[in-house]
Design a binder for this molecule. Sequence first.
Ligand code: ADP
Ligand code: MG
Length: 237
Amino acid sequence: MGRLISIASGKGGTGKTTTTANLSIALGKMGYKVLAIDADLTMANLSLVMGIDDAETTIHDVLAGTAQINDAIYATSYDNVYLVPAAVDWEHVIRADPRRLPGTIKPLKPHYDFIIIDCPAGLQMDAMNAMMSGEEVILVTNPEISCITDTMKVGIVLKKAGLAVLGFVLNRYGRSDNDIPPDVAEEVMEVPLLVVVPEDPKVREATLEGVPVVEYAPDSDGAKAFYELAETVVRIA
Ligand code: ADP
Ligand code: MG
């Protein structure tokens, strides 16, 4: 049986999509069959980050009831990694019903080792439906206090809702002298720190190239952190 893991945060721009793409590809390289799903229905960009931008059928068509999920699953150029892309145009967004996400995603569980769900930020209805499509959750925060406390709130709500909170990724560490240190962040979050991902220009460069950093610059500090995250996630099964 596979594992369904939601990637969540309190605020936007913390690195959820970056984490989804790099964790998926790192797990794929370890030999696991992985499905990455773009469930950020209004701010979708996972397919761009993973270098696919011409998908005919998307998660939005499935949530609108005009396509089957199997028609929205694409093989990627990364070993063992499949992708469910999302549409970016507003016409598709307004037709898609986010309440159909859990019923669409959960039945895919037996067919993959890992299903990684890129979720919207916060606790609104579309974010809740995306996050509740998983059974486990990885939180992503930046080392700023408001970001940490917002992400902590999301973790508390998801735990109450029955998800297993694996822990959090402290992303973009080292950008400022005022960054909250990892041990303090872990104390505030009250869930395990899974990995510290440093601020690394290679990560952004990779995003712009449409090739996630674990593939684009495997020896960079950013890539090493995402490989470490993949190993940790496998270990804490
Ligand atoms: P979210 O999905 O949470 O909104 P993204 O993953 O899209 O956030 O990341 C937002 C931006 O931050 C992107 O341009 C991405 O390249 C950049 N970014 C993410 N993590 C890092 C990092 N560790 N170092 C440098 N830039 C990063
Ligand atoms: Mg995103």
